[in-house]
Design a protein around this ligand. Sequence first.
Ligand code: ADP
Ligand code: ADP
Length: 234
Amino acid sequence: SKGIQIERLSKRYGEGDTAVLALKDVNMHVAPGEVVGLIGPSGSGKSTLLKCLGAVIDPTSGRMVLSDEVVFDNGWRVSDLRALRRDKIGFVFQAPYLIPFLDVTDNVALLPMLAGVPNDEARERAGELLAALDVQHRAKAMPAQLSGGEQQRVAIARGLVNRPPVILADEPTAPLDSVRAMAVIRILNAMARRFQTAVVVVTHDEKIIPTFKRIYHIRDGITHEEEGEGRSLQ
Ligand code: ADP
Ligand code: ADP
């Protein structure tokens, strides 16, 4: 995998006088195995960048490579975005969107099952992640029985379970206390190392910002790269 490579990516919404240039020649690279932070005030372009990275919207111009696949070239869509989203990208959203009629284990195991992993193995993989995120005691519960923080951790397990080469996490720790937030960061780092995943974490969370080795700051559609503290997670 080449991780994530973005070159001079721009996104314009609308045309003429009312056009908004939400991204202006953004460059970004995330190596396989690396976890970077993406930080910026409201309206700075974070969601737009995350949607481009997630192959949810097309940029206006620029180039983007995810894993080993050219996705956009010169603003043109080169890949099958739906297949890309399914096979290459793990999404961890702020809202958990769990499937209400499946228990916790099967919410996490569903994606690998659909991808053809035998049910036992898929559930075992789900169990390992649930344990790492400290929600294994809720494995048989239904989503409606979980607290907000538990739902969030189950959603994180689901985003990781297919071991995608790219993980995009939008405020994954916002509702969690310090200990749980650090557990999430620890597992994202462990996943990144073990499976050579490129991880982008959009966050405002002061608890986790010191853990990044590298941070992209975005303001008015322009990114600046900065070294982070890379504080140890022990
Ligand atoms: P953030 O996620 O950092 O709050 P966004 O990416 O949502 O920033 O927005 C960046 C800029 O693009 C803002 O000026 C916003 O108003 C504008 N914008 C975002 N989405 C749209 C849209 N769908 N149509 C028009 N303008 C948009
Ligand atoms: P496409 O032609 O692929 O639909 P667009 O950029 O027109 O690409 O829209 C894709 C997504 O971007 C929309 O689903 C929406 O989330 C966001 N978006 C783009 N432009 C607007 C807009 N003017 N108002 C609201 N959302 C927008």
